[in-house]
Design a protein around this ligand. Structure first.
Ligand SMILES: [Zn+2]
Length: 124
């Protein structure tokens, strides 16, 4: 049996093994530097750069990662099949189509994610 995970302060999913130890949430990609309410509007810089937690939360609700649209790291801008499967599940939970199943989420989170850049078109 696995330990219960802690809730990410950005996306609200249980993805963190501990709080405030700079774990990175593999759903929204927020790095947990301990920021949370009541400091959500502050920009702490550090691993989350120019994003306040409030901004990151709004970005997550808009497009499922903490960064501004088009400004994310490669793994979120060029999602691979594992990330797409994870996000499909996250969307179902957020849309209340399914209840959150920590075991299912854990399986999806255990799959490695790597940027899936489109292949450059080769000339004929
Ligand atoms: Zn998160």
């Amino acid at each position: 049996m696995t330990e219960a995970l802690h809730t990410c302060p950005c996306c609200g999913f249980p993805t963190l093994e501990a709080r405030a130890v700079f774990d990175i949430c593999e759903i929204c990609w927020w790095e947990d530097d301990g920021q949370d309410a009541p400091y959500a509007d502050e920009v702490w810089a550090g691993p989350n750069k120019d994003y306040s937690l409030t901004m990151a939360r709004q970005n997550f609700l808009a497009h499922r990662h903490m960064y501004d649209a088009g400004e994310g790291i490669d793994v979120v801008e060029f999602p691979d099949a594992n990330r797409l499967a994870l996000l499909a599940y996250v969307n179902k939970v957020l849309d209340r189509e399914v209840g959150l199943d920590p075991k299912r989420l854990g399986q999806l989170l255990s799959m490695p994610q790597s940027p899936h850049r489109p292949m450059p078109r080769s000339s004929p």
